[in-house]
Ligand binder design. Structure first.
Ligand SMILES: Nc1ncnc2c1ncn2[C@@H]1O[C@H](COP(=O)(O)OP(=O)(O)OP(=O)(O)O)[C@@H](O)[C@H]1O
Ligand SMILES: [Mg+2]
Length: 294
């Protein structure tokens, strides 16, 4: 698969001397959904801030769509990679929702009907069209988050990067957000999300990248999250489903479940096998026992 982001040996020092990234290398392929996991302070936000040029590369390289990222191509980079900050209050600053979403496209040079259409479409996509004249300050947190996403969508980037997208969202808000991200992914967008939530990452992502102390500890499919050693080293936890099945290794063959759907399939199989067993025993005229009754 074609890589759209290639980070090679990226290191980053904050002004106070904190080494937030330490020779971090990773690849993100076109059209995939990628979850970046890691404990507090592991460098997730610092990494994401490099992907649209907010942090300038100090050491190592960041390539986006085969271009090496540098201050000279910052404007181009921001049209290709949209970043949704962890806190929408850091992102939303205009007087109305409409103006806020229009900010990026206006900077891209859009005006008139084209601009109107772009903003309307982005707001409709996040179901916030009816709030367009509202003052963002008065919106709920989840609504602000949607506006921040609309602001990124309005710039029509190929790659959408979200820092802790589900923080503070209610269950319906989380579900709606991931449905939205899936819809964008089906349209061909590459989606990268940093999160602490292993259950969401396991269910949602094609690829998992685990950071620890500014380094990539592991990257691969969500099956990585069933590896106790990696999960402990990264100060994460096993997905709830994996935890439930941990005492039953025989049920975890050939694959330990990480998602609710995988667990349901194992249970369905168990139920099917046990009812088949009962049928055979009856056929043979065996006497009934406890588990056969219903
Ligand atoms: N502006 C800053 N100045 C100095 N150090 C910083 C700054 N921002 C972050 N750091 C430090 O850099 C390291 C990486 O921080 P970063 O915010 O990238 O981690 P994170 O994985 O996003 O954490 P969290 O899960 O809490 O969001 C931490 O040790 C943090 O204290
Ligand atoms: Mg962070």
């Amino acid at each position: 698969m074609e890589p759209v982001i290639e980070v090679t040996e990226l290191s980053f020092l904050y002004k106070d001397g904190t080494r937030a990234l330490d020779k971090c290398s990773l690849t993100i392929e076109r059209g995939t959904k990628v979850a970046i996991l890691g404990p507090n302070g592991s460098g997730k936000s610092t990494l994401l801030l490099h992907l649209n040029g907010i942090h300038v590369v100090q050491q190592g390289t960041v390539k986006v769509l085969e271009e090496t990222v540098s201050p000279s191509n910052e404007q181009w980079l921001r049209s290709k990679v949209g970043l949704v900050f962890q806190d929408p209050d850091d992102q939303i600053f205009s007087g109305t929702v409409w103006e806020d979403v229009a900010f990026g496209p206006v900077n891209q040079g859009l005006r008139g009907e084209e601009l109107e259409a772009r903003v309307r479409q982005a707001l409709r996509f996040v179901k916030m069209e009816q709030y367009s004249r509202k003052v963002p300050y008065h919106l709920s947190y989840g609504q602000k988050k949607r506006v921040a996403i609309a602001g990124v969508l309005a710039m029509n980037p190929d790659i959408i990067v979200l820092d802790e997208p589900v923080a503070f969202l209610d269950p319906a808000g989380k579900r709606a957000l991931f449905e939205l991200l899936d819809q964008l992914n089906r349209q061909g967008k590459t989606i990268v999300a940093a999160t602490h939530n292993v259950d969401i990452a396991a269910r949602w992502a094609h690829k998992i990248i685990i950071l620890s102390e500014g380094r990539v500890l592991a990257q691969g499919t969500p099956a990585l999250l069933t590896d106790k050693t990696i999960v402990q080293e990264a100060e994460l936890e096993l997905p709830a489903v994996t935890e439930i099945f941990a005492p039953f290794p025989d049920l975890c063959k050939p694959k330990t479940p990480v998602t609710v759907e995988e667990a349901q399939n194992i249970i369905k199989q168990l139920v099917t096998n046990s009812s088949r067993g009962r049928f055979v025993r009856r056929e043979k005229g065996a006497s009934y026992n406890g588990w056969e009754s219903h």
